[in-house]
Ligand binder design. Structure first.
Ligand SMILES: NC(=O)c1ccc[n+]([C@@H]2O[C@H](COP(=O)([O-])OP(=O)(O)OC[C@H]3O[C@@H](n4cnc5c(N)ncnc54)[C@H](O)[C@@H]3O)[C@@H](O)[C@H]2O)c1
Length: 334
């Protein structure tokens, strides 16, 4: 019997999708990647990630939009041997969802239904894993956040789309029975990261000597999670499906809630340059503080993060210096 895993991976040109694809290809899985390579942030960075993945013969890529269910079904028709789906594509970023809410609904809600519709007719599918977000905890203030907490108070349309995905998955698990796992990622950072995220923008500002824009809010903190820890968590979820009909949800966090100012100080230390702080009010889309309870995921999957924020930021800073111009723009090297 052929035991090779064949994985459909959406969002493969993105930060987390790229790292996961690299890991899966290195261990011998086949990866069928999907991404619309949109211009929400620097497309050169997405193309540079894809260029690395294309070096593997076990990688197939479709540039398609998940909102177009017919185009996705047609692309996936020849792939009847799929064993796993990891669905990471989404319009990410909480603040941008204030400006473009419809784009979030199309990519995140219709896109999720598209992948579930494909999944339910795949004969050999063993597991469907998808990205949710810590933002579903919204305006909750009881820390750490637990998977059993009520999550009815999103503070952005982005968060609401992620919660909608979890509920739609619950319905599909009930109706069709294939195992699903939703992963609530907490502020993921690392090399090949996302230029719209704060740590990346802070690095650009520190290196170019321009002001680091911080939000002025007492107690502003994030539970930062290093990319390698996220990948080991996604892989643990993928390789250990729940019972048929189960729609599991796990937090994946770094277990290191850190005031943003302390993170900036650590990053400046790693980059060897001072940070010049400038303050502005906290946008309504942003929550004050996040921290993942890891009790559930460590009990069921035996997963815990391993990378300290200092070590993770050091690895990010080394990559950042190698791949960016002095004004902070991404530089393609190969
Ligand atoms: N990075 C984090 O801190 C974080 C935190 C919580 C949740 N998440 C979730 O994890 C997943 C991956 O995030 P990321 O940080 O890698 O983001 P990313 O933006 O780098 O990757 C997402 C990818 O999805 C693609 N995409 C978007 N809409 C699409 C569509 N309609 N059709 C096809 N492709 C589409 C984009 O082009 C992009 O390459 C997302 O679902 C995101 O919401 C990320």
């Amino acid at each position: 019997m052929n035991s090779q895993r064949v994985v459909i991976l959406t969002g493969v040109a993105g930060f987390i999708g790229f790292h996961l694809a690299r890991f899966l290809l290195a261990r011998g899985d086949r990866v069928i990647g999907i991404d619309n390579v949109n211009d929400y942030y620097d497309v050169t960075l997405k193309e540079a990630r894809l260029a690395q993945l294309r070096r593997s013969k076990a990688f197939t890529f479709y540039q398609r939009d998940l909102a177009d269910i017919a185009a996705i079904s047609t692309a996936l028709k020849p792939h009847q041997d799929v064993t796993h789906i990891v669905h990471l594509a989404a319009q990410a970023g909480v603040r941008h969802s204030l400006a473009a809410p419809a784009r979030y609904v199309a990519s995140n809600v219709q896109g999720h239904v598209t992948m579930l519709e494909c999944a339910r007719v795949m004969p050999g599918l063993q597991n469907f894993v998808y990205a949710s977000s810590s933002s579903v905890y919204g305006l909750n203030t009881d820390l750490p956040f637990r998977e059993t907490d009520a999550v009815n108070r999103p503070s952005s349309v982005y968060a609401a789309t992620k919660r909608a995905d979890e509920l739609i998955s619950e319905a599909y698990a009930h109706l069709y029975g294939f195992p699903q796992t939703g992963l609530r990622f907490f502020t993921v950072y690392g090399p090949w990261g996302r230029p719209d995220m704060a740590y990346y923008r802070f690095a650009q500002a520190i290196l170019s000597g321009t002001p680091v824009q911080l939000y002025e809010a007492e107690g502003l903190a994030r539970d930062f999670t290093f990319i390698d820890d996220i990948i080991s968590g996604v892989v643990a979820a993928m390789d250990h499906p729940g019972e048929p009909g189960a729609a599991r949800i796990f937090n994946l966090g770094g277990d290191q809630p850190t005031p943003i100012r302390d993170m900036v100080a650590l990053l400046a230390e790693c980059l060897g340059k001072p940070a010049h702080i400038s303050l502005s009010p906290l946008p309504k889309t942003d929550v004050l503080s996040t921290w993942a309870s890891l009790d559930h995921v460590s009990e069921v999957l035996g997963w815990r993060p391993k990378t300290s924020l200092k070590d993770g930021l050091g690895i990010f800073a080394t990559w950042f210096e190698e791949y960016h111009e002095s004004d902070g723009a991404f530089r393609k090297t190969q």
